[in-house]
Write a protein that binds this ligand. Structure first.
Ligand SMILES: *Cc1c(COP(=O)(O)O)cnc(C)c1O
Length: 407
């Protein structure tokens, strides 16, 4: 790594605190604003001082998405992360009568979830700074994602998961060769332990929201959507939300395009949460975060303390976002409906965005362009999917047995 590259980066991007506007250079040590994050608050509140990446250079075209990222392209793996399809399943369009209903299918990322976008940038950043070890807490997908991307990059990954994480996500991470540690507690507990681990071991943390690059990496989805719509911004985007990092990334991508003069419009972003894990939507209504005990089948969006809660509220306010909350039953129904009308099997958290659309579609013009973000593959959590599936319990012995039954 040349000092020349280092200087160029410093000139082209920097961090800005989303609370106090403090400006900082992008370094592996800095995670939250050193001023805002140390103001005492009770332990059940989301962290303060989330850092945004600001682009200082001029970018004239959205064609090369790497131009928008604070790590040079040369440090990224040649791995097929992102560039996921944006398509209109014909039956879905027809049955719901929305002719511009698009699915952005991020379940097609290498490890099966949207989280690869963040892991990809964090891995490149570690590579650039010659850091070979990364740790994180996860409900499952961030962990299997970092484990997979880390495996491809030859980086050592230590992962903390709640013991309730779906087995597929644990198995996936172990297969990728990560050091997998389950904690006797929930995701929030795993988060705290992994932070402590990164501090004591002095290694890079990929904890979501805490590491600003996890937010920045997720913005690539919006840049892709803009390019896939021939430099147009859609009217609506439905985003399944737990910690609020994906939704913030979605906002950030469109906000970058506006800041650079490449577009003028911000879509209406719908923050979709599960009834049993609705901390952000509650805070949107009440103005403050209150303690909840998350309980939903959509494990990837099950969080007590949404780590990017404050940043999400700020974006929702600035760009007039919407919130919508759906029950577990609606999520399971949406999961089946989507599968049967598009061939897309989404995990419950991912089907949540579609459930949110089904809930509010009557208030949206049928001519509007609507994007449903599908964030994870259904095979990652079979146990939840099985809740409304009747497994075949009789096994036929001959074709005659089958055909005679149908009479
Ligand atoms: C992580 C995740 C989400 C939610 O993202 P947040 O940043 O926590 O809001 C949604 N769906 C899937 C499949 C995920 O893995």
């Amino acid at each position: 790594m040349s000092t020349h590259t280092e200087q160029a980066t410093k000139q082209n991007f920097h961090y800005r605190c989303s609370v106090c506007d403090g400006q900082y250079p992008i370094t592996p040590e800095l995670m939250l604003c050193p001023n805002c994050s140390v103001i005492p608050q009770s332990a059940d509140q989301p962290p303060r001082g989330i850092l945004d990446v600001v682009i200082d250079k001029k970018i004239k075209s959205s064609a090369n998405i790497f131009d928008f990222l604070p790590v040079e392209q040369e440090f990224f793996l040649p791995m097929p992360v992102g560039n996921t399809p944006l398509w209109r399943p014909p039956l879905l369009k027809q049955h719901l009568e929305f002719k511009n209903l698009f699915i952005k299918d991020d379940s097609l990322n290498p490890t099966g979830s949207f989280k690869d976008r963040a892991s990809f940038l964090v891995s490149a950043f570690a590579n650039k700074h010659k850091i070979n070890e990364i740790t994180l807490a996860s409900t499952g997908n961030a962990g299997s994602s970092m484990s997979g991307v880390g495996a491809a990059a030859g980086q050592k990954i230590t992962l903390f998961l709640p013991k309730s994480a779906p087995p597929a996500k644990i198995v996936q991470s172990i297969k990728y060769g990560a050091n997998v540690i389950t904690v006797d507690g929930n995701y929030d507990f795993a988060f705290d332990i992994s932070l402590e681990y990164s501090k004591r071991k002095k290694i890079l943390s990929r904890n979501t929201a805490y590491n600003p690059l996890t937010i920045e990496g997720k913005k690539t989805v919006s840049l892709e959507i803009f390019n896939q719509l021939d430099s147009n911004v859609p009217d609506h985007v439905f985003v399944p939300t737990g910690d609020g990092v994906i939704i913030t990334g979605v906002y950030k991508g469109f906000a970058d395009l506006i800041a650079l003069g490449l577009s003028k419009k911000m879509p209406t972003i719908h923050c979709v949460q599960a009834t049993g894990s609705d901390a952000i939507n509650r805070a949107w209504a009440s103005g403050h975060f209150s303690k909840i005990s998350a309980n939903t089948i959509a494990d990837s969006i099950s969080v007590d303390i949404p780590r990017n809660g404050w940043r999400t509220l700020k974006y929702l306010k600035e760009f007039k976002g919407q919130t919508v909350t759906v029950s577990d039953e609606e999520i399971l129904q949406a999961q089946s409906y989507l599968a049967q009308n598009s061939g897309i099997f989404a995990e419950p958290a991912a089907a949540t965005s579609f459930a949110g659309f089904l809930r509010v579609k009557d208030s949206i013009s049928k001519n509007d362009s609507v994007i449903i973000l599908i964030t994870g593959n259904g095979l990652k959590d079979i146990k939840s999917a099985m809740l409304n599936v009747k497994m075949p319990d009789k096994h036929i012995k001959s074709i005659d047995e089958l055909l005679s039954k149908t009479h």
